[in-house]
Design a binder for this molecule. Sequence first.
Ligand code: PLP
Ligand code: SF4
Length: 332
Amino acid sequence: MNKSLISLDNLEKQNLINKNKRALLEPVVAQFQIRITPDMLNAIKNSQSAIEQNLVNYENNPVFKQFVPDIAENTILPEELIDPIGDNAYTPVAGIVHRYCDRVLLKLTAACAVYCRFCFRREMIGAKGEQLSTKQLELALDYIENHQEIWEVILTGGDPLIASQAQLTMLFTRLNKIAHVKNIRIHTRIPIVEPKRISAAMLSLFQTVFTHQKSLYIVIHANHAQEFTENAIKTLAQIADAGIPMLSQSVLLKNINDNLDDLSTLMRTFILHRIKPYYLHQMDLAKGTSHFKVDELYARDLIRALRANISGICIPVLIQEIPAGVGKVPIF
Ligand SMILES: *Cc1c(COP(=O)(O)O)cnc(C)c1O
Ligand code: SF4
């Protein structure tokens, strides 16, 4: 069980889907690829509900629902967009999105360790996206160097921590030299879904920013407490012990975390592992994802209930991305 699951074949062998479902899922997978890491497979199989159900039915598992394709993805609504957040209009050079004055996104790679079924970048990631070439990365870094107003560089993708140690070293060596960049932020799911990739060498590389009078924050994407496996918990402790502050980012997902119990447990789990809750995203209009969308009024009620029930440090900001590049708006 060391390899990631990347095909319907793999899912069937693991009893995550049966033959009937498999046939219905062919068109989904032709559009949006599958990838589930061994750690997330364990999170599905070892969950209390899976054990109680004798390992026969994982379909209600909140980790299963995030990564195993569903026939509902065949339903594409007319309002669902290829570029739901409008990144393309704000791309001055390949790999950069410069929408807000003081910060840019730098998209190193289109690959992820897992492919989330609700991903709002699903039309631009995996096989549909492109890896920046070394030359393109140099040009993207030139752009950052030539724009004094850029205070923060946000590494995203795909998942930036899929990049090789050599590539990350080249990147950090250059960023460290750009005096006006004061904060480097990494948005990643890897410490949770494939924690072994976070090596001691990688953490030492991250720490080099501190000696250049910069800070570095890691924003951890997780949506349910059941994603926090023993391996993930160990890695999160290593990151925190390395002096790297962590923030959280989650998506509000129908029938996965859209209730007071699961949401409170998730936020408290972040705090327990030294991660400050930051954003909770309302779903964007990505193709074939409407079955995950939570009604906005209900979403606000949930945040209000969170506030009334748990510690203030556990409360994230509820965010909606307004299409056509308008940007993020806090809605509660
Ligand atoms: C989300 C996003 C950011 C980061 O926004 P914060 O509110 O600072 O977390 C930056 N640039 C783009 C284009 C974004 O979509
Ligand atoms: S890890 Fe992030 S970018 Fe990758 S599929 Fe999941 S949500 Fe999308």
